[in-house]
Design a protein around this ligand. Structure first.
Ligand code: FAD
Length: 550
């Protein structure tokens, strides 16, 4: 018999690690402990089963202990909670039912994941309040919906799980209110992009409450409850989903003396090793390093968990495998829209003091003349020196996944906005454009970087000084009439050459159009005639999104 490897947690990180370990070493004795009833289930699919998009519950269960044993020769012990670790004598204690026992290890891997945060609110323990982490949680929520006891639901928290649950419960015909304490949902994106999601949620019948927290959940006698918000608002409901974030499930790790960070995340090195010999940790429970900023972060996502599981196994098997940090690439479906991010956003850049430039571009998912093209909005952040890509956010109906993955790959390999402009991406009218939205983002950023197109941003509009600057709308008169920035003069771009004399050369001309393209043309025209100009990045569309109120 080879090394004895014990793994705590039997889902993403744990199961990946076990399977890789077996592929690398047929002689190892591998035991995987899982405190729940199921291993290797599709956490990410749970909201879609509740929403009835995934019809068959069996599809959520990717592996059973029996199949895992058969294929990988791993001894899987479910309903077995690891309660303590003794790194000095290399043993762990396991509680299975009423009895405790110990096991010795040569190497130990911790992948206990996170559990949903349940804030200490009055009424939080009511039976109509749910959180979603695993199959039993899913069964409870689905049973509550199936039993038709719930006509209305309040979802607390507008992150990935909250958004997916809001959509799923709408699919099931419930009236849904989504309450978010911040002024935006989907915080990995910046607000001016997320505000598109706000409108879309409302259009799909979700009552959206932003900037308000939940104070208490007051149960009523008829199995309903009243959710009381800090503003004093009261919402009647028959079910509440709490999805305000997660915390590492690491109490047993902390008390075993293994180093954990402030948030309870296990501290690991680049080989996924903890501070104790032969103890590794992976997945949602570990602290990782942000790929762009180098800051310590907690990014609970399935991709990193799976990769880290594999890396821990490599290292246990003597392969020098290194985890090269997390860039937070993530994607979320919100009814007909998709929102995706990679790298840092503007909030992160400001918080961490990272210098950046940004650009907004609005294109279409594929060639506009081919049926079914939808708008696609992109925001990128890049280094003012050299244009290295720092982050990207993409929102649209189609083609978001492909663009974000191009940006994610570019960012991972240190590409610049010049490289984005040069990427040769697949094109035929049903799929893209000869100048793909990724190329366009590169072109625009390049123009900003090289001052060929000086820009201003939506947030600068309030501080425009009409004694020094002149706002110029270069859209058509009809577009201008339908909505424009206050105090702007309208000269359509196609008339600009003839009507330049209407502009005051002493003033800086603050140009805008709908998405930035006509503004760019106007800017180039005016700059070559000696005007000082700036073009509104992302145009009127980004301006209205940034002001988006609910
Ligand atoms: P987990 O997969 O949570 O596994 C940890 C396991 O350890 C659990 O089963 C737990 O019971 C067990 N455990 C904990 N403590 C002990 C103990 N002391 N003893 C024994 N067993 C223990 N990520 C994405 O990237 N994309 C998505 O679309 C996405 N959607 C999601 C949707 C939902 C509803 C949820 C809940 C998560 C979603 N995630 C998504 C996150 C993703 O599932 C996690 O990042 C990933 O599962 C983390 O893997 P892990 O191994 O660290 O933890």
């Amino acid at each position: 018999m080879g090394k004895k490897i014990l793994i705590v947690g039997g889902v993403a990180g744990g199961a990946s690690c076990a399977a890789r370990m077996r592929r690398l070493d047929e002689t190892a004795e591998i035991i995987m402990f899982e405190k729940g009833n199921y291993i290797s289930f599709a956490n990410c699919g749970l909201p879609y089963y509740i929403g009835d998009t995934i019809k068959d519950r069996e599809n959520l269960i990717i592996q059973t202990p029996e199949k895992f044993k058969e294929r990988f020769n791993v001894d899987v012990r479910t309903n077995s909670e690891v309660t303590s670790i003794n790194p000095a004598d290399k043993t762990i204690t396991i509680r299975a039912g009423e009895s405790d026992y110990t096991e010795r290890y040569d190497a130990l891997v911790l992948s206990p994941g996170t559990s949903p945060i349940r804030p200490p609110l009055r009424g939080i323990d009511s039976p109509i309040v749910f959180t979603l982490r695993n199959i039993p949680d899913t069964d409870h929520i689905r049973a509550h919906v199936d039993s038709k006891k719930a006509r209305r639901a309040v979802v607390i928290g507008g992150g990935f799980i909250g958004l997916e649950m809001a959509e799923s419960l709408r699919h099931r015909g419930l009236e849904v209110t989504l309450v978010e304490m911040l002024d935006q949902v989907f915080t990995p994106a910046d607000k001016e992009l997320a505000s598109v999601l706000h409108q879309h949620l409302i259009m799909n019948g979700v009552r959206l409450v932003l900037g308000d927290g939940v104070k208490e959940i007051a149960p009523a006698e008829d199995a309903s409850a009243e959710v009381v918000l800090t503003s004093g608002k009261r919402i009647q409901t028959e079910m509440v989903i709490v999805s305000i974030g997660v915390k590492p499930d690491t109490d047993f790790v902390k008390k075993s003396g293994i180093a954990v960070g402030d948030r309870g995340t296990i501290i690991v090195d680049e080989h996924m090793r903890t501070d104790k010999p032969d103890v590794y940790a992976v997945g949602d429970a570990v602290e990782t390093v942000d790929f762009v900023s180098g800051k310590k972060v907690h990014v609970p996502l399935a991709g990193p968990a799976n990769r880290q599981g594999r890396i821990a196994a490599d290292n246990m098997a003597g392969i020098d495998s290194v985890y090269k940090n997390t860039q937070g690439t993530a994607i979320c479906k919100i009814f007909d829209l998709t929102a995706a991010v990679t790298g840092i956003n503007e909030k992160d850049a400001k918080r961490w003091g990272i210098p950046f430039l940004k650009s907004y571009t609005h294109g279409t998912s594929h060639a506009g003349y081919y049926p079914g093209a939808y708008p696609l909005s992109i925001k990128i952040l890049f280094d003012p020196k050299g244009g290295k890509l720092l982050g990207a956010q993409v929102i649209g109906k189609e083609g978001v996944d492909k663009r974000i993955d191009v940006f994610a790959t570019a960012l991972r390999h240190g590409l610049t906005v010049y490289d984005l402009a040069e990427l040769e991406l697949a094109y035929a009218p049903p799929y893209g454009s000869a100048k793909d939205p990724v190329n366009i983002a590169g072109f625009v950023a390049q123009n900003i970087l090289e001052s060929r197109m000086p820009v201003f941003y939506a947030e600068d509009v309030v501080s425009i000084d009409s004694s020094l600057q002149q706002l110029l709308d270069v859209r058509t008169a009809t577009e201008h009439e339908q909505g424009a920035i206050d105090n702007s003069l309208c000269i359509p771009v196609d008339e600009l050459r003839m009507r330049m004399n209407e502009l005051d050369k002493e003033k800086e001309i603050m140009i805008y159009c709908q998405v930035g393209l006509r503004g760019y043309l106007a800017a180039r025209m005016l700059m070559q005639q000696g005007f000082r100009v700036k073009n509104l990045s992302g145009g009127y569309k980004t301006y209205t999104n940034s002001r988006g109120s609910v």
